[in-house]
Write a protein that binds this ligand. Structure first.
Ligand code: ATP
Length: 736
């Protein structure tokens, strides 16, 4: 419901002018040029009209009171429309009164506000659309524009009809959804681009992490191998040492018993010179045995030492053989660089021969350099292999010597036995006693041999302990403490020593692979995890975007369906009304709106593009088909001025009937009507005023007679429009 129109500085309404609309139909009357149409345009202006043409101006400045020789110009034009919102025709605004205001300034800027709060034009448009006050202006029929709807392009006509049917709100929603969809699709593209960007990075990091994991596995294998090996070796070393020591103490015990007993026998024979000689021979032989035995012990230690050295040399040669790298010092590298640059320094136009010579020298320099670093490796390998060879030879010699000493020992023992036999033969000693001494001597010799063997064994065990400790130190650097989280076995496995040695060789092989596999690289893992997380985030984002795009598409489809359904229904209703109004006006005949056949001509489009009216594209436009009573006229063009006015009035009224706008402004729509038609027009006005508030600008008495309120507009010498309330009887006079 319209309540008031307030103008200030707008066109000829220089001073603040208020029009109250407390009646269903209000007529504005006045002489030509007094400013009546300006009042109608004030509505357009406040409702957000963007086309200057439809407000009869070129620039927005034309809308501001220009001044006259008696009064100065205004700086701003402002128009406010006050609506009664008690019945919430603007459902979104919880106020009983809604004021929409627009002001324009001399610099061309516009300002909009709703209830005094500044807003955007779009907010005004949406607000109006929600109350079925559209922007195509079908509810404001300007002077001489009554047949605008007849002249309009079919597509423009469709837009006007959609607007009149209140479908603009769907169109707004659709545009909004389309804008969002476009934005979403843009986002999808961006996210996809990001994903494409990080994909190779993830692949690269993934490979690195894979390598790290392989290295971890190898380290784990090595750790297990170490644990297995250590748990056995530790027990082995302890058990072996204990056993050997126990044996050793038993041997010493037995040896001292035998020696003590033998000493008794010898004591007995010392007082006998003949016997002394024989005993001397025995003692000599005994010394010989001792000497050879100790020599053999020494030899055993020597053998142990050489065995150890041989072992180490073998290991070293293995290491040398597997190392693919060569250390080259920076000095050597820069020397090579300097040499090559000096060799290749040539005058600018050097001859072929000189070039060739330079190339030869460069090649030579490189070859010499490589030989320096390639050859030493082989030499070193050869050196280590040589060492192995030497130790092996040495060991062979020592073993041979040991065999000889063994033979020598056998021999000296034989000599001792014989010397003792001589002693016994000459002595009148009992057979038994002699046997006893022989046996004693024999066992003493055996124990001595055992002692030497046990000593060598202890020495060997000490060496094995040393290499065990070395192995542990290495395990600490390669695997760390986890290598030592094992419990030594309580009982040694039933296996040959060779098996444990195989384990150690397995460990050596694993060490090489671990070294080749490389270091820990925690940061690569974190980076990889971050990248994978990011990828997951993006793909989730993409899913969300796809979902919302699908939602928007289906929303757009729904709106389209809603739109075309409501449009079809609305068209049907408008047509019924149109036909009725038409035959009422013409006393017969028929008229209807028909959908244009779609033969879209592309070139035709541009012509209407700049028009402020948003035209629905890709939908059939609307044609008007009329059949006058008793005449064979089909084309609108062939109608007379009055007939055109009647047809368009019928159509405008039909549209207003189906979906009544809150108000309708008719600026001299009745200008071309004769008396009979004026009466019919007046009837329809009365009828229409039941549903929409009417504001009619007219010179027609019949029309004036149907209005509840009459305003007279006059313009004095100052060029300013003035407003006065008049009675019907005065109206005709004011209008002149
Ligand atoms: P008719 O009955 O002939 O249609 P009308 O009452 O509708 O006349 P309008 O066309 O509304 O008259 O008023 C036109 C008058 O308004 C002209 O006298 C014009 O000079 C004046 N006018 C238009 N724009 C301005 C302006 N910016 N400043 C001052 N006066 C203006």
């Amino acid at each position: 419901m319209l309540k008031r129109l307030e103008m200030a500085g707008f066109k000829s309404f220089a001073r603040k002018t208020v029009l109250d609309f407390s009646s269903a139909a209000t007529a504005i009357v006045g002489p030509n040029g007094s400013g009546k149409s300006n009042a109608a345009e004030a509505f357009r202006f406040a409702l957000g009209e963007q086309s200057m043409k439809s407000m009869r101006g070129k620039r927005s400045e034309d809308l501001i009171f220009a001044g006259s020789h008696m009064s100065s110009r205004a700086n701003r034009a402002a128009v406010a429309i006050v609506f009664d919102n008690a019945r919430r025709i603007f459902p979104r605004l919880d106020f009983d009164e809604v004021t929409i205001e627009r002001a324009v300034f001399r610099d061309g800027s516009s300002e909009y506000s709703i209830n005094g709060t500044k807003t955007r034009l779009r907010d005004i448009q949406e607000l109006l659309a929600s109350a079925n006050i559209g922007q195509t202006g079908h509810h404001i029929i300007s002077q001489g524009e009554a047949d605008r709807i007849l002249l309009a392009h079919p597509r423009e006509r469709r837009a006007m009809l959609e607007d009149a049917l209140g479908l603009k709100i769907f169109e707004f929603k659709k545009q909004e959804a389309e804008r969002k969809l476009e934005k979403t699709e843009e986002n999808v593209k961006q996210v996809e681009a990001l994903r494409r960007e990080i994909a190779p990075h993830i692949r690269f990091l993934g490979k690195q992490v894979e390598r790290l994991e392989r290295a971890d596995e190898l380290r784990k294998d090595l750790q297990n191998a170490y644990q297995m090996y250590f748990s056995i070796e530790e027990t082995y070393l302890v058990v072996e040492k204990d056993t050997t020591l126990r044996e050793q103490s038993k041997v010493s015990e037995r040896l001292s018993i035998a020696e003590a007993e033998l000493a008794v026998f010898e004591e007995r024979t010392t007082h006998d010179t003949e016997g002394m000689k024989r005993t001397e021979a025995v003692r000599h032989a005994e010394k010989e045995v001792d000497r050879v035995t100790s020599e053999r012990g020494q030899l055993a230690r020597e053998i142990g030492r050489v065995e150890g050295a041989l072992d180490a040399a073998k290991k070293r040669s293995m290491q040398v053989a597997r190392d693919p790298y060569v250390k080259v010092s920076r000095d050597d590298l820069s020397a090579l660089r300097d040499e090559i640059s000096s060799q290749s320094e040539l005058p600018e136009h050097a001859e072929n021969a000189a070039l060739r010579a330079a190339l030869v020298s460069v090649r030579h320099a490189i070859t010499v350099f490589f030989e320096r670093f390639a050859a030493p490796t082989d030499d070193y390998l050869a050196e280590e292999e040589n060492a192995v060879f030497t130790y092996e030879n040495e060991l062979k010699v020592l073993t041979e010597k040991d065999a000889k000493l063994d033979a020598a020992l056998e021999e000296t023992r034989g000599a001792l036995r014989r010397a003792r036999e001589v002693v016994f033969a000459y002595e009148e000693t009992g057979r038994e006693e002699r046997h006893r001494v022989l046996a004693l001597a024999e066992s003493k010799a055996q124990e001595e041999a055992s002692r030497a063997r046990l000593e060598a064994r202890l020495h060997q065990l000490a060496q094995e302990k040393e290499s065990f400790d070395r192995e542990r130190a290495e395990a600490m650097t390669l695997v760390g403490t986890p290598a030592f989280s094992y419990t030594a076995v309580s009982e040694l496995p039933q296996e040959e020593r060779r098996v444990q040695e195989d384990r150690l060789r397995g460990i050596d092989r694993l060490k090489i692979r671990v070294e080749e596999a490389g270091g820990a690289g925690e940061d690569v893992r974190t980076e990889y995890k971050d990248a994978v997380d990011r990828e997951a985030f993006l793909s989730h984002e993409l899913e969300d975007l796809a979902k919302s795009a699908a939602g928007l598409r289906s929303l757009i489809q729904d709106l389209d369906e809603e739109l075309s359904k409501s449009f079809a229904e609305g068209l049907l209703k408008v047509n019924t009304s149109f036909g009725e109004f038409f035959s009422l006006m013409f006393g017969g005949g028929s008229a209807k709106l028909v959908l244009e056949e779609i033969v879209t001509i592309a070139e035709e489009e541009d012509e209407y593009e700049e028009d402020s009216v948003a035209m629905p594209k890709g939908k059939p436009g609307i044609e008007i088909s009329v059949a006058l009573p008793k005449k064979k006229v089909q084309s609108l063009m062939q109608l007379s001025g009055g007939e055109r006015a009647l047809t368009s009035i019928a159509l405008i009224f039909a549209m207003s009937q189906v979906n009544p706008p809150p108000f309708l402004i008719l600026d001299e729509t009745d200008a071309a009507l004769d008396e009979a038609n004026s009466r019919r027009y007046g009837d329809m006005i009365e009828n229409l005023a039941k549903k929409s508030q009417l504001i009619v600008i007219t010179h027609n008495r019949e029309t004036m007679s149907r209005a509840g309120i009459l305003y007279g507009v006059t313009m004095g010498a100052d060029g300013i429009s003035k407003l006065l309330s008049v009675k019907f009887e005065e109206a005709a006079a004011v209008a002149k």
